[in-house]
Design a protein around this ligand. Sequence first.
Ligand code: WT7
Length: 677
Amino acid sequence: MSELTATEKEKAKKYYPLPKLAEKARIKSMDAYFKKWKYSVEHMEEFWADEAKKLDFFTPYEKVWQPPTGRNDEFVGKWFVGGKLNATYNCLDRWVEKGYGDEVALIWMGEDDTVKKFTYKSLMEEVNKAANALKSLGVKKGDRVCLWLPMVDSLAIIMLACARIGAIHSIVFGGFSAESVKDRIDDSACKILVVADEVRRAGKPRPMKNSLKGVIETCDSIEYVAIIKLTGGEVYQYEKDVDFLALMEQQSTECKSEPMDAEDPLFILYTSGTTGKPKGVVHTTAGYLVYGISSNYYVWDYSCLLDLKGDTPATRDVWYCTADIGWITGHTEIIYSPLALGAISVMYEGIPTWPHGGRFWEICEKFGVTHFYTAPTAIRALKKLGDENVTKWDLSKLKMLGTVGEVCNWPEWKWYWDVVGKGTSGDKPVGRPIVDSYWQTETGSYMMVNLGAITPMKPGSCTFPFFGIHPILLDEDGNKVTKPNTQAYFTYDLSWPGLMRTVWNDHPRFVNTYLTRFPGYYVTGDYALIDDEGYYFILGRSDDVIKVSGHRLGSAEVEAAINSHPKVVESAVIPYPHSVKGSTIFAYITLMNDDEASEELKKDIQNHVRSVAGPAVYPEVIMFAGAVPKTRSGKIMRRILKAVAEQKDIGNTMTLANPEVVEELIARRKMMGEIKF
Ligand code: WT7
């Protein structure tokens, strides 16, 4: 066997949380974890019944779980059947009723350093005003409301206001385009669109409302466009506009929360898949909340009002998740789980690198953050800016760190550990834990995750399943893979309350995407392996989803945006390695007329895609191609395109309908020279 290098040796070590964390932890040892996990999967109904006690139901449920009928169009079954509850009641009112109204709930900070501290009571009052304002616009239980907003406090308030009256929110990430907003509005027939006049970004106002011109007029279901005036800049007026903040000011601070059925949708969140338009992932009221709070509770151990019995908290932990609410992480980790547990949640409007590269750490110091949760792409970006951006801030209050969205690879893991967490090195490295949480928009909260206080870490591994989660690795033919270190399809064979129930308006798509490839299993779309100690490692997507800066993009959507350029016939996009973003988009483009290929045309296509799909979707590298390799059934062979782009061995081209194009692609790629990000 060859010798390991020093780095490889270090990487292969296990890393341990500071021992004192275990003393106060809710699960105090790995033995206790394994025991509870075994119980949770063998007695799943009893386990989830216990966890559901963390919520307040208006009407108790009759049955913890109603299993699916056995048909392959179901998997999840129904959870907490017959129960009635309200998500905002659980996030806000119950804490006020228990005497904790003056405790801080949400700390919001703007780009310009404005700080708004909402207590449970003041947040509830704002939410009630917004709920009454929505009602005055005719919004009723079951109606869909689209929110397209930057990370302002109104976003948190209005999403909770929707939940209060039983309206289903559909939040669209601010970095997507007006066209993507339209697609999502049309798909779920939203009645209201809430949008900002302009966005504040790195000190400058950027258009938001104006980009809807000519688009919103074509959204037939829209009855009102609720404007959140942030900058007061000049924006175009539309006859359905309403000044929402002004409307809120006229409303009462009281609004009864609507009793919702446990299985009623709480929200729709669109996510990219392999083909076609984004899918509206539907999460339910009880199951999503139970799963979110249970997983937050055991993984992080942050203090929360849930544990108090009428006593006043001495000190409270401070939770800061840096995600955007436009993604599932923001939904679950800034709003629903922390508030339903009665935590203090920090929400920041801006980007991590403006006005300076230490912004996240400044916020940690300022608010005494104890639990910090971010994405590997942010860690990579901050690592590049230099350690002094971190070390100049007082991070002594930090207890735990965390990551989500993609694999946290060794270089960023090690930096996070050493520089942010100040883990000490030595034979048994001990320091602030890094929680590596693996989950998906579809799964509501973490599936694979270390319990911060106790689980020994392996860099790059999301370690073990959360309670109630039963992962299975399968090979091509659906046989279980138990051999260590073998790449396999990552699936689950047991229902849990937080899993999505359906794709909005398209149940067959839900079935086709997740339940058909291996009947009886929920298929994640990822590859994974288990090592000889039972640690799970995620190896990337087995489908055509591309992750750029941890953001999920579907190749088909990016290609549709490129193909809508008048000079383009066809395109194929693949992920290409990028040192900060993880991957960036590499696009192969076939032109109507190959002679028109030029650098200017590349720029023009890039600008076109930005305007059609939004700044989050940017084909950073473009290579013009006479044709792309396809199978005889017309499917693009992305494996070959990836190999060509990275100038690696092409492998077998036997199954191609047009193997001759490969030589040409290799030659054109060679001409582009080294591409390194
Ligand atoms: C995909 C889901 C869940 C919130 C953010 C992403 C990848 C996610 C990890 C992790 C390795 C990860 C997977 C997954 N992923 N977390 N800890 N380690 N990969 O949600 O946009 O729905 O993306 O992100 O590929 O399937 P999403």
